[in-house]
Structure formats: structure tokens, C-alpha cells
Design a protein around this ligand. Sequence first.
Ligand code: MG
Length: 388
Amino acid sequence: MKRIAILGSSGSIGKQAIDLASKMKEEVYVEVLAVGSNLKVLKAQIKKFNPSAVSIANDLDAIELKKWCISNKIKTNVYSGQSGLEKLATMPKVDTVLAAIVGSVGLKSIIAAIKAKKNVALANKESLVMAGDYIIKLAEKNGVSVLPVDSEHSAIFQCCVGEKKSQIRKIILTASGGPFYKYAGDFSKITVEQALAHPTWKMGKKITIDSATLMNKGLEAIEASILFGVPIDKVEIVIHPQSIVHSMVEYIDGSIIAQLSTPDMRLPIQYALTYPERFKSNIKFLNLVEVGRLEFYKPDFNKFPCLKLAYLAAEKGGSLPTVMNASNEIAVKSFLDKEIKFTDIAKIVDKTMKAHKISKNIFFENFFESDSWARVYARNLIEKEFKL
Ligand code: MG
């Protein structure tokens, strides 16, 4: 039985993990839960799992939740803020922390969890882009695993079991292509509603927009390069609209190993929580005859400039990936708030990256410094040049 902490339990990944945990009572025990602001969902989850502790971002919400626990005779401890997250991530009873908080907010709790010798099931790709080398080295030093929850990275991980990293020739990262890979219209006129309509995956808003600009794939390429220790030019992206092959690894002898399944996030989440074991799952099993054909295309880096930016950030390294990630978060939020055009997202990220002086010595504090610098710079750019 694995005792898990779910950080981000009201989000898309968190809810699917909760769904899994309720079906795998013998294998997985939900020890603690954290949400950003969704009190309603958290209360329902407390009633269902009776966790020993929970955390919520805002102090006032925590006070309300404490009162609610008392009046319902619930013994769950309630924490709040960044310190609350870190408290949960380091609880002695917890074996594995599912890090499913979106954005750079999740980073400190991931670091705390690794230092406390917890395995981390990582759904937060921004943390690896920001501080990937640091996280990987820290995990090695503490003898814990960083298990990818992203479908592509789970696939690559599965294709690497029993293999030698030194014998990898390249990683082939598949992308559904998002809603616009065939789009022939004017990209600057793409609306929030169009961008939120993803063809295969149902996900949170931030990642859905990132999938439409293909920045998500750029972030994933960086993530793959860090997690599997291969240089970024050995990570190749191919568009695969069916989302059946979740990624592949090519070895030096010319063999390509792939992982296939119906697209269902519960599978990679389950594998990260139960690795090295496999358990029966409730997903729809793949019928290849029904699928009929699997197609692969080359992505267009000119149509999707975010891909270029991501490869550039990874090549230059240092603080640049952090800056790219932070300015992208700001630009995506601004697009969702209908302040800027779809095509402005890449322009804002590009301008912020160009204005940044790359710092090569990376200490833990630098990530946050570069992160805040980029946020302020991107926000100012929006106000001055881009706001509609
Ligand atoms: Mg993915």
C-alpha cells in the first residue's frame, strides 16, 4: 500500500488521481490533500477520504475549513499557504507526492518533498523546465525517484525500463497537434473559445492553450531532455493526431520502442503511483483494428513559433528556460482574459527572452529571481505594446 499526498487535488490531474485512489483501495491510500482555492471540492474529498491533513492556499479559506471540520466532527488538520504545501509534502507517513499543481507555485513543495526523501509523481512540467537539473540531481542525492505523470514522459519512461540511457539515439515525442495544426485561417484571429476546444485531451485551461500554441510540446521536449538525460537536439517532435502512440524511444541499433494505449490520463497517473508494479485499470483497452491508421507528420515551426522558442531556451540553458516559462504563463493568462491576440503569446515570450541577460550559475534562488523578473517584464510589455 502506497500512502500518497495529492497536491492540487481539485485540478484535472488531481481529480483523476482521486478517482483512481477510490478504485484502488488496496494499493493506494490518500494521506493528505492540497488545493488552491476550491473549498467545495476539498470538503467533498475530505468526507470521502478522511485525510490526516489538508492545505489550501488562502488563510481565510483555512479558517473557514477549520470551523467546518469542527462542526462536522472531522479530525483532519488544516494548513495554508506555501508553508502548508511544504508541510504536507514532507509528512512522515507519506511515501509518494503527486505534484499536480500547475505553474511555478508547485516548485518549492517538490523540492521539499525530495529533501524529505519522498518519491515524486510529477505532473508539474514547469518545475522541471525551471529547475530541472537541480531537481534531478537532488533526487539522485536523496535516493528517490521522479516519476513522470505526463502521458508522453510516462511513455518514454516505460520505453526505457531495462534499457541503458547511453544507448538511446533519440526520443520521439508525439503531439496531437492541438486544434490548429491543420488550420489554414488567420492565427491572429483565433479566439479563446476556439483555442480551448482541444481535439483529444480534456485538461486544465493553461495547458489547453499551451497545446494550441504547441508551447506545451516545447515544454515537454525540455522536460524529456532533462528527465532522460539526453541533449535537446536528440528530442524530436512528431505530430500524431490519433494520440495513440504516446511517445517512442529510438536506440542505437535502429529499434524504436513505443508505448500505445487509448488516450486516458488515468493510465500514466496510475503507473506513476504504482511503479514498478502494474495493476488492472478501468481504461478502455486499445483496439488497433478499430483505430485503423496511425499517422505522423512533421510539425511546422514557423506556424508554431513557440516550438522554436522552447528549443532555443533549452540550447542556451541557464536561466532562459525559466524566463520562457514565466513569460508564457503571463501571456497565456492575458490571452485567456482576452487582453491579447493568440499570436501575441509567442511574441511576448520571444521579446522577454531577448531582453533577458542569461545567468549561467544556477542556484536555487536564481530560479525565483529570473521567474519574477520575467513576469514583471512580460506584464509591462502587455500593458505597453499588446493590450487590445
Ligand atoms: Mg502531455
